[in-house]
Design a protein around this ligand. Sequence first.
Ligand code: ATP
Length: 583
Amino acid sequence: MDYLDLAKVYEQLESTTKRIEKTKIIADFLKECPPKEIEKVVLLLQGLVFPKYEDKKIGIASKLVVKALNTATGIPADEIERNWKKTGDLGETAHDIVKRKRQHTLFSSDLTCDKVYATIRKLADIEGTGSTDLKLKMIAELLTSAKSSEAKYITRLLLEDLRIGLGEGTLRDAIAWGYYEKMNSVNIAAENESIFFGKDTELAKIRDKIQEAYDITNDYAEIAKIVFAQGLEKLGELELDPLKPVKVMLAQKVKNTAEAFERVGKPAALEYKYDGFRMLIGKQGESITIHTRRLENVTAQFPEVAKLVKANVHCHSCIIDGEAVGYDPQTKKYVPFQNISQRIKRKYDIEEVAKDVPVELNIFDILYYDGKSTINVPFNERRKIIEKIITTKAFHINLAVQITTDDEKKANAFYQQSLNAGNEGIMFKTLTAPYKPGSRVGYMIKMKPVMETLDLVIVGGEWGEGKRSGWISSFVLAVYDPDTDEFLEIGKFGTGVKEKSEEGTSFDELTTLLKPHIKNEKGREIIIKPHVVVEIAFEEIQKSPSYSSGYALRFPRLVRVRDDRKPDSCSTLGQVEDMYREQ
Ligand code: ATP
């Protein structure tokens, strides 16, 4: 397929903010796409060349793209830079300058999706001496062959910032819609969407099957390939792979035990809610992988966990779910979440840090056991499996402390007991419920002391003055809107950030985290690419015309940096709306 066809789709997607129209554009495109190209095309539509779960970066700097544009067009780099300052988007600049390129090469050929995809994948693997020159040559070659709209999206793809406003839910619905139209040889106009996405319609059922498959594979490209090449039924054969990441099941929140029992049913399993770091650990023979709930592979960072699992989890293959809590090896006291969250990014001296902040594993679930998925096995049966296959060892590997009860008094006592032991609260779990990867369905409920917080993304800020010069000292917060894949502003904060790092997260640390993601600066004001997620406490949510979300937070203050969260898994506009209503 010509890359130009895909570039046209990107353009159409960019030209509308209506989710339903975006869905229809992609549905139409996918149903015409040759099945053998679908996998690549769906990755490219998401601005990817590797599935998200691989956590592999393309890693091309904007400066290199500027150079490549210069090589490809002959237009001087400083002119390109000037244009870029004006547009604020190197993709837009690439479009402009390729359009009026001086050196029109005779060898310009039609670009295919294949060519763009393969070249960019190769770029990500080039290392060592001479790698920059080679990368420059390869990018320039692509851009030389590119028409203006192609250059725009190749540039954005290289910079891993496609900006076409395509959320995961839209892509899921589009695969369902395209498949439905193809199978039934019909064409449904975008306006009729409500009829087909109503409850229990055939299209809704297709969409739910696709969602289920996605919760297992985390890969719409693979799903689209199967659906369009082999049919929807084949999705049912998808199995969990113990060594690949899976989305974890999430919890809903309640204020008291009565409400908790109402949601999960009686009797229920109650467990300590450990304040650590969620880990999904896969075992296949001698191989172990550890993933975070953001699907990052942190196996290398936690070598002691891999050893513990090898020695104490007795099975050939499994995926276990649990919370790793850091503790001080001398005092044996739990340490704040921040201390182990630093281990996630650690590349060097891993063994030493592991000695300084060892972790205790508290296992509470199992998704796969000896060749079979256990996600549809009831929770109390899954608990029996972990009880059977895990040898517990104090301060190393435990099963989550659990009681089963239908009594509110006992539940309240258990809550106090958990808080006294230094935990965050307790969890309530439905005994008969399956494990629903990626869902907040209410089979798992959390109860902890009330403090309203939201996980928000920093999208801007201001450079400080006086003793804070050199630091970003005020931060603009945004909430995620999955429908439009946009980050909408909801407030600003500077409170809660410390002057010195020993006291908590400092301005210095936040500035270091944010600096590589600065997109634009004007005077003291900065625009920052959505990357860093922070937990923000506040007094109240108010309606506000000043922010694009339509809401503002009263007295926002920083609780902590959430390095375990990706921007698109932060709090959503829907959650803010719910919280506002509950107030
Ligand atoms: P929070 O900030 O309250 O942890 P969250 O948004 O990070 O919320 P939730 O899924 O809402 O995550 O809350 C449940 C989290 O509690 C789980 O993700 C897990 O990391 C942690 N946890 C600790 N102990 C348990 C347990 N026994 N069972 C399930 N989850 C547990």
